[in-house]
Design a protein around this ligand. Sequence first.
Ligand code: HEM
Length: 479
Amino acid sequence: ARPKSDPRWPSGPRPLPIVGNLHMLGRLPHRALTKLAQEYGPIMSLRLGHVPTIVVSSPRAAELFLKQYDAVFASRPIFQASVYMSYGAKGIAFTPYGDFWRRARRMCTLHLLTQAKVESFEGLRTSEIEVAVRRLVEAAAAREVVDVGERVGELVEGIVFKMLVGKSMEEDKRYDWKGVVREGVALAGAFNLADFVPYLAPLDLQGLTRKIKAVSKAADEMAENIIEDHLKGEDFGQQTDIVGTMLAIMANPNSEFFSTFDRENVKAIMLDLFVGGIDSSLQTIMWALSALTKHPRVMKLLQEELDAKIGKHRMVLESDLPKLAYLDMVVKETFRLYPVGPLLVPHESMEDVIVDGHMIPKKSRVIINFWAIGRDPNVWSKNAEDFYPERFMGREIDVRGRDFELIPFGAGRRGCPGIHLGLMTVKIVLAQLVHCFNWELPNGVRPEEVDMIEEFGLAMSRVNKLLAIPSYRLLDTHS
Ligand code: HEM
C-alpha cells in the first residue's frame, strides 16, 4: 500500500526522497515531533526513511492505540540492534508479537518481576543503600563535592545487578559489565539509518552497526558466563536471583516453561532485563534529584513529610513508602516532565486498521510521544512546564497505564513488565537520599541555575553532571 495516496492516511510534513522525514528529527526527536504535532495533530504521519510512521501525541489518541486497538499495535519493528544484541529478536523488548514473546513475557510477569519477587529483595536493597549512605556520610564530613550521578549510578547498578544475577559487578573482574550495559543501552536507543533505509544498511554510514556487533560480542560472553556460573553453582534450583530463578523454572519438568526456551532466548531475555532494568530507574532518580535541587520549595516539603512520618532518628523503611503521599506526587511529576522513555519503545501494526477515521496499513511503525502528552497545556493547564507536584493532589491519576495522560511505563500488552521493580527502586532510593541528606549546590551555584538539558536515548539522561555537597541530616550513629 502506498499510504501517501490514501486520503485517509493522517496528515504530516512532506517527506524527502530516501530519508523521508528523518532529517527533521534532530538530536532531540521528542521535541521535534512535539512541534510537528502542534501543526499536524495528535495522530500524524511521517515517513522515516522507507517506513510509514504514525506519531501519537494526545491521551485520547494514545488510548486508541494502546487500549482499544492494542491487539493490532502490540508488535515491535525489528532493528539492527535486535538482530545483533537480541540474537535475532529472541528476547522480549525488541521482539515482534507472537507465541514466543507471549511466553517469555508471561514468565516475567508470573515469576520474575512480580510484586512478591520485588519485595523479597528488600534486604538486599537495604544493605546496598546503607553502604551508599555510609560513603556519602564520609563525603559529607569532608564537605566533598560529589558527582551525584556517579553515586546514584553505583547504587542502582549494584542493587539491580545483584537482584538479577546474585552478585555485584565488582566481584567479577572478567568484564567491564557496566561499560557493556551502558553501551548496549546507548546503541539500542540510537536512530540507526539502517533501520529506516534498508538498502543503506550494508554501508553502515553512522558506524552504529559495527559498534552494535562489538558490544553484542562482549554481552554474549558476559551472558554465557552468568549462565554457566548459575548452572554450575551447587545451590542450583535454590538460587533466588532473577536469572537463577529463570534457569530453575526452565529446568523444572513440572513447569509450563520447561524446555520452552533455547540458550539464545535465555541470553536475550537476560540482556533485556539488564537494558530495561538499570538505566531507566537510575535516570529517573537523577531527574527527580535534579528537579528537587532546582526547586528548594518542593525539597523542603518532601523533607518535612519525611520528618513527620519517619522522624530524624532512623532511615526510611520500604514499609514507610505507602505513607509518603508527597513523595508519590514528586515521582509522578518527575515522570511527567522527564520521562526516561519520552517516545516509549516503538510499536508496529500487525494488520490494516482504521483508527479514528485514519487508515493505518499493516507494518506501520507507531511512536507514542508521551513527552508531548506530559507537557501539553490542554492536558495539564497553563503551568504544564512547571515542576509542581501539587497538581496531583486529590487526583486519581496513576502511572500504571490506566490513565493515558500519564504513561511513563507505556500501557497495554507492551506496557513495562518491570513497573513494580522500577517504582520500588526509584522511590526507596530517592526517599532515602532526601531523608538522610541535604544537597547543597557548590561554588555559589543558585538553584535556578541547575540545568535540565536532556540527551535522547533509550533511557533519556541529563547532559551535564549534577554536582552537590551532601550534609547528613539524621540524628543517629552515622553522624
Ligand atoms: C523507572 C523505571 C522504568 C521505566 C520508566 C520503564 C519504562 C518502560 C517503557 C516506556 C517501556 C515500553 C512500553 C511500550 O512500548 O509501550 C518499557 C518496556 C519494558 N521494560 Fe521497563 N521501565 C522501567 C523499569 C524496568 C525494569 C526495572 C525492568 C526489568 C528489570 C524493565 C523491563 C522492561 C521490558 C522487558 C520491557 C519490554 C516489554 C515488551 O516489549 O513486552 N523495565 N519500560
